[in-house]
Design a protein around this ligand. Structure first.
Ligand SMILES: NC(=O)c1ccc[n+]([C@@H]2O[C@H](COP(=O)([O-])OP(=O)(O)OC[C@H]3O[C@@H](n4cnc5c(N)ncnc54)[C@H](O)[C@@H]3O)[C@@H](O)[C@H]2O)c1
Length: 246
């Protein structure tokens, strides 16, 4: 299997994309550590998988992240893949900066931006000790299309992808990102009015269907695998062709 003998750390892996990533990677032979603030849900997800552990961890907290990386190495012997998936993406973060309080903006950036920095730096040595590794960041098409606090946090994730691809290259660590568009997940669709979804899918996208979890999972499997061994510093849009730009 493609990921036999490899260990993946997935932040925010209790539900949503992260859980789908954990399922797909363990099905391909990987061992997985699920780092999540919702440790009860993370434990439930880990229990349904082969070779998975749940670790209580707030990615915004450097000490917790360092401890979680150490717990993963203790349990599985190393780290080969890190997926920076945990993110705050509630509708409230898509309002103008001036509408949110400073503490709400800080919380958003602590998770979506500092979280990526904390986990990447915490897992770096373990990946270097294995002779290399892969980091995959989950950005968003919002980072190409708007300028809300959420969008700017995801634009920053693209910047961090380039920065860490450069900084970690000497350790043979590849760093890429996926920018999902409108995806058919419960949380993403719950707040959006149906006419807005239809306009997006049928008038803006080039491929006129809703994106699915599987669309993002297959991009993740490719970018984390050796098939992508010559790809680093890239953000792959998984968006049905919207927006189309160069
Ligand atoms: N759902 C979409 O359509 C969509 C589109 C583009 C990008 N994204 C991005 O994909 C990622 C996952 O999205 P989702 O829809 O699966 O999210 P979700 O809200 O369904 O799940 C997020 C998980 O992250 C965990 N989490 C939240 N804060 C955390 C923290 N500080 N530390 C550790 N874990 C934390 C939550 O407990 C939860 O398990 C996010 O980064 C999101 O911004 C999602």
């Amino acid at each position: 299997m493609r990921f036999d003998g490899r260990t993946a750390v997935i932040t925010g892996g209790a539900i949503g994309f992260g859980r789908a990533f954990a399922r797909a990677l363990t099905a391909e032979g990987a061992r997985v550590a699920i780092l999540d603030v919702d440790v009860d849900m993370a434990e439930r997800t880990a229990a349904e998988l082969d070779s998975a552990i749940a670790v209580r961890c707030d990615v915004a907290d450097e000490d917790q992240v360092t401890a979680a990386a150490a717990a993963t190495v203790d349990r599985f012997g190393g780290i080969d893949i890190l997926i920076n998936n945990a993110g705050l993406h509630l509708t409230k973060y898509n309002q103008p900066f001036g509408v949110l309080s400073r503490s709400e903006i800080r919380s958003l950036f602590d998770v979506n931006v500092m979280g990526v920095i904390n986990t990447t730096l915490a897992c770096r040595d373990a990946m270097r000790d294995r002779g290399g590794g892969v980091v995959l960041n989950i950005s968003s098409m919002a980072g190409y299309m708007s300028a809300t606090p959420y969008a700017v946090s995801k634009l920053t994730v693209r910047g961090l992808t380039v920065a860490f691809a450069t900084e970690l290259a000497p350790d043979r660590i590849r760093v890429n990102a996926i920018a999902p568009g409108l995806m058919n997940t419960e949380n993403a669709l719950a707040d959006l009015p149906r006419p807005m979804i239809d306009e997006f899918v049928y008038e803006r996208q080039l491929i006129n269907r809703l994106g699915t979890m599987d669309d993002v999972v297959s991009a993740m499997l490719f970018l984390c695998s050796d098939e992508a061994s010559f790809i680093t510093g890239e953000t792959l849009k998984v968006s049905g062709g919207y927006p189309l730009n160069f």
